[in-house]
Design a protein. Structure first.
Length: 216
């Protein structure tokens, strides 16, 4: 007996609105998971994961790398996009075509046609890693959406309001889920709760997150 007899297959993409401008495309990236993880490995060979420092001097619990024309960095001088990896002084690795296609397709499915990212931030969470509430506001044009892909172990996304003090809702994110985020939601506060210990057949104890942006 197949799952289809009971309605929706668990692997079938499904759209879940979060608020005006933001939605989750459940399982959207699952069919490309192995290739995406391979490409993450290739990016990380050129530009290794590293735990950056916040302008306040704290070491982030999430390890990051980037690909594309612009990479997002944080250090004592602040948050910014730059063309070169500060570790090597070389340009960030090119954005894999597979990444570009996924981001453009997901944005379109979410109601944002014509999205062409020039920056991809790759986050790696291990058990205990978290990301505090923040706004994504280092990009030039807030009319451009953000596409955020989750791979590996599950996490709880916190989705807040326009003020840091607005109480966030909790959104569970699983392997292959994509959050598309723009329009009136573009500057909402958001974060990721402390990652729990878990095991995923493709990523072990890790959760990866790809966030695609138009930086310039
Ligand atoms: C993460 N994501 O899911 C961190 N930002 O690991 C983000 O910070 C994020 O998922 C903007 C839009 C969507 C996101
Ligand atoms: Fe963010």
């Amino acid at each position: 007996m197949t799952m289809e007899l009971f309605g929706q297959s668990p692997q079938e993409p499904r759209v879940q609105p979060l608020c005006e401008g933001a939605l989750v495309l459940r399982h959207f990236a699952v069919s490309r998971d192995v290739q995406l993880l391979e490409a993450i490995g290739q990016v990380a060979e050129q530009a290794p994961f590293r735990q950056m420092k916040t302008p306040g001097g704290h070491t982030m619990s999430v390890a990051m790398t980037c690909c594309g024309d612009w990479g997002w960095v944080t250090d004592a001088r602040g948050y910014r996009y730059q063309r070169d990896d500060p570790l090597s002084g070389e340009p960030w690795p090119a954005m894999p075509v597979l990444f570009q296609k996924l981001a453009t397709e997901a944005a379109k499915a979410g109601g944002y046609p014509g999205f062409e990212p020039d920056a991809c931030l790759v986050n790696r969470y291990q058990s205990g890693a978290r990301m505090g509430l923040h706004q994504d506001r280092d990009e030039a044009d807030f009319d451009q959406p953000i596409v955020s892909v989750s791979l590996g172990t599950p996490a709880t996304f916190q989705f807040g309001g326009m003020r840091r003090s607005d109480r966030p809702v909790r959104v569970p994110l699983e392997h292959g889920d994509i959050v598309v985020w723009g329009g009136p939601a573009r500057l909402r506060y958001h974060g990721v709760l402390t990652l729990k210990a878990a095991d995923h057949p493709l990523t072990g104890a890790c959760r990866y997150n790809l966030t695609f942006r138009r930086a310039r």
